[in-house]
Design a binder for this molecule. Sequence first.
Ligand SMILES: Nc1ncnc2c1ncn2[C@@H]1O[C@H](COP(=O)(O)OP(=O)(O)OP(=O)(O)O)[C@@H](O)[C@H]1O
Ligand SMILES: [Mg+2]
Length: 356
Amino acid sequence: MSNSIHSFASSEGKRPVAAISNRPLLELRNLSTNYISARGRRVVRAVDDVTLTINAGETLGIVGESGSGKSTLALTILRVLPPAAHIVGGQMMFEGEDLVQKSDAEMRRVRGKRIAMILQDPMASLNPLFTVGDQVAEPIRVHEGASRATAWRRAIGLLKAVRIASPETRVRQHPHEMSGGMRQRIVGAIAMSCEPRLLIADEPTTSLDLTIQAQYLNLLRELQREHGLALIFITHNLGIVAKMCDQLAVMYAGRVVESGPVSRIFNAPAHPYTEALLNSIPRMGDNRERLTAIEGQPPNLASLPPGCAFAPRCPVAFDRCRAEAPPAMDLGAGRTARCWLAVPAAAEAGLQDGAV
Ligand SMILES: Nc1ncnc2c1ncn2[C@@H]1O[C@H](COP(=O)(O)OP(=O)(O)OP(=O)(O)O)[C@@H](O)[C@H]1O
Ligand SMILES: [Mg+2]
């Protein structure tokens, strides 16, 4: 029997990659989510006017300091926000439908089936009282109406696909009988069980040691390639972005301050914050005692400064930055940046034409 999840999927569950249209799989347009305190006095703008696109088969990395809104963005896409959080604007076009407008019942059919999520802490996603097999089989029964026996067989196949040895034995065990790396793989198997089109992984490797982390990242990549699935990968680690991602979105204070193809951003970051983040990664032959940390504190999202939120920490900020927040500028080649110093594509074209 092959290791591929395809061999266990129902025929209805198989989605040939070739059939995917040119339309982006997910298009976030000016999306904003606030946390609003009980009396409405404190409003935290955790996701602020985010516009991003992800195509089928692509991996989008989301990076940014702690508190920049990465997890809130993920929870917004899945519409599993805590009660204090509210989507206050924008659209989330997924396969041509706006997820913001969907009812809770409709969203339950989307979650797990068409969009799945892997959380940072595998134990938080696993129920200690149920066997691994029951937990992997459950979404297959719920979403596809498969019989117990069929779902159980597919669960064994999925454990094999996520490279768990002796899946026939492991499937009867409980989460506490497994190592951290195995539990993370089980969470991966649950996420893959209904062959989602989009998988969102929020810091899925932080609790794993380095070797297991590398194995898990390879596994995610293989699953992604095999299934043409899109992956949103949230991480603090730019090394992982370089290895895993095609596209990158850099978040600062709830906003995407830069986005575009990873290689282009790494070669020439357009936003001073991205540049500072890149300077904080250790390089080969680097013998600095300490990495360059970004000076200053991230802003309080409940009382943002009037201009660019990064201005107070920015080495090249000038008066306009402190007065007026830059919009997301189109830099061409699929890139955007929210910085007054970034050169928009239109201006560059003008320069080349000698029109300016
Ligand atoms: N339940 C909540 N109620 C109020 N504010 C919240 C809540 N959850 C998060 N926040 C605030 O929203 C902002 C964004 O938080 P979020 O968890 O999305 O950041 P993050 O980028 O995922 O951070 P980390 O890298 O630490 O996981 C932070 O200012 C945080 O304090
Ligand atoms: Mg987070």
